[in-house]
Design a protein. Structure first.
Length: 280
C-alpha cells in the first residue's frame, strides 16, 4: 500500500474547449465527497482572469478558505499553457507578468506548488537553443517570484518537441533555473517512464508533485492507471524509495476518446485501487 494523499486536477471538470461546466464550489464538494484530500487548480488563462477573477481582491483567499472548510488542501496551481503564454518565446513579457500575478494569488489561497510547462510546441530544431535560453531567463525570474511567495515552482516533463521532453534536458533546465520537478507519467515519449524517473532521481530531482495517468507510449492519453503501458508498481516503488512526499495527484481527461468517457466514480475507484497496490 502507498500512503500519499489523494489529489485530483480540476482540469477533469473541463470540456474539450477547456471550459468548466459546473461552478467551482459544486466541483469541490463532489471531490471531497469522493474522499480526495487535495486539488490542483488547472484552468485556461481566460478562466483564471475573466471567469474566476482569481487574481482580484479576495477571490484566491476565499477559494483557499472554502477548500479548507471542506477539509481539502489547495495543493497546486497549473499555470496557463498555450502559444501566447509560452515563456520560451522571444517576447514573453505578458506571459511572465500574468504568471507572477497568478503565483501571488495562489500564495493568498495557501497553495504550495506552481506547475508550469517549460514551453509550448512545436519547437523547431534550429530554434531550440534560443528557446531554451529564453525559458531559462524567464523561469529563473518566475522561480524567484515563487520563492518570494513561499511557493515552489515545478517544471513538468513534456512530450514531442516541447522543452523538457527528455530527462537530461529537463534536469539541465532545473539546474539552470532553481526550479523543482513535476513528474507527468503520460508525457515521456522518447524514454520509458521508469528510465526517465530513474535518470531524474540520479540527477538529484525527486518530484515535488505528480500528474498521474496512463497512455500508450505513442501519444499522451490522460487515461486511468491500468489502461496503458505504465508499470505502476515499479514507478510507485521508485517514488516511495526516494521518499516522495507530495500527493498521488490524478490528471485525467474526462473524455479520453470519442467513445470513452471517465466518470468521477470510476476515477475514485481507480485511485483507491492504485494506492492499495491493486494496479501493477
Amino acid at each position: 500500500m502507498y500512503h500519499w494523499k489523494k489529489g485530483i486536477s480540476l482540469s477533469f471538470f473541463e470540456n474539450e474547449k477547456r471550459e468548466t461546466w459546473e461552478d467551482c464550489q459544486t466541483i469541490l464538494k463532489k471531490v471531497k465527497d469522493c474522499g480526495f484530500d487535495c486539488v490542483e487548480l488547472s484552468f485556461s488563462h481566460d478562466d483564471y482572469f475573466e471567469n474566476y477573477h482569481f487574481t482580484e481582491e479576495k477571490t484566491a483567499r476565499e477559494f483557499g478558505a472554502y477548500c479548507r472548510s471542506l477539509g481539502l488542501l489547495p495543493w497546486s496551481i497549473h499555470l496557463p499553457f498555450s502559444e501566447k503564454w509560452d515563456l520560451s518565446r522571444d517576447d514573453a513579457i505578458e506571459a511572465l507578468r500574468d504568471d507572477i500575478e497568478l503565483i501571488k494569488a495562489a500564495h493568498e489561497a495557501g497553495i504550495s506548488v506552481a506547475v508550469i510547462h517549460p514551453s509550448f510546441e512545436p519547437v523547431a530544431t534550429e530554434e531550440r537553443g534560443r528557446r531554451i535560453a529564453n525559458a531559462i531567463r524567464n523561469l529563473k525570474t518566475l522561480a524567484a517570484a515563487a520563492e518570494k511567495n513561499e511557493m515552489i515552482l515545478g517544471l513538468e516533463n513534456l512530450p514531442r518537441t516541447c522543452l523538457g521532453n527528455a530527462s537530461g534536458e529537463l534536469a539541465d533546465l532545473l539546474d539552470a533555473t532553481g526550479a523543482s520537478f513535476v513528474f507527468d507519467t503520460n508525457h515521456s515519449l522518447s524514454e520509458d517512464n521508469v528510465s526517465f524517473l530513474q535518470n531524474m532521481l540520479r540527477r538529484g530531482y525527486c518530484p515535488v508533485s505528480l500528474h498521474l495517468s496512463d497512455y500508450d507510449g505513442e501519444d499522451e492519453r490522460h487515461d486511468l492507471p491500468g489502461r496503458g503501458i505504465n508499470p505502476w508498481s515499479t514507478l510507485l516503488d521508485l517514488l516511495q524509495t526516494a521518499a516522495y512526499s507530495g500527493p498521488a495527484l490524478y490528471e485525467i481527461r474526462r473524455t479520453v476518446s470519442p467513445g470513452r468517457t471517465v466518470s468521477l466514480a470510476e476515477l475514485t475507484t481507480n485511485i483507491n485501487a492504485l494506492l492499495n497496490g491493486e494496479i501493477s
